[in-house]
Design a protein around this ligand. Sequence first.
Ligand code: HEM
Length: 140
Amino acid sequence: MGANHEVDGEIIIRFRTSLERCLARSEFLDRFYDRFMSSSDEVKEMFAKTDFSKQHRILRGSLYLMSRAAMGLEDGREHLMAVAKTHGADRLAIPPHHYDFWLEALIETAREMERDFDSELEAAWREVLGLAVRIVRQHD
Ligand code: HEM
């Protein structure tokens, strides 16, 4: 599958290794949702009735599938297309700039968790997640 990688394999490995270290910390997803919801009252309201233990499981799966999409794998792309549908105009109707809040909140939370979150590691997170966000936004 290497030839079909949307993102360089080394970069995906760098992202995945860092992601797994972050997910191994029990506070990572809580910190992310706190930060994401404090980026705007609109975002906060959308999660007013959310069961966060379920939402944490969902996000774990999504992040993993985002790295699969970056590898050019079908299950990853399909997941993002499904997210685009549920988050699109006739369902959750997420405005495009909320995806910027989502991405920045995730990057800042990773920075907080990782001892060596240097510019190279940040670029790896941005490349993998940026691709995923572009796919979701393009298919809503
Ligand atoms: C690319 C980034 C994102 C991914 C991969 C993602 C993924 C998901 C998934 C898999 C679900 C479960 C339902 C479904 O299958 O659609 C979900 C639910 C949800 N997402 Fe997202 N999401 C993203 C960005 C956002 C953004 C920017 C918002 C803005 C507020 C948002 C708000 C929500 C809400 C409100 C729910 C329902 C929560 C509930 O059940 O109470 N998501 N998301």
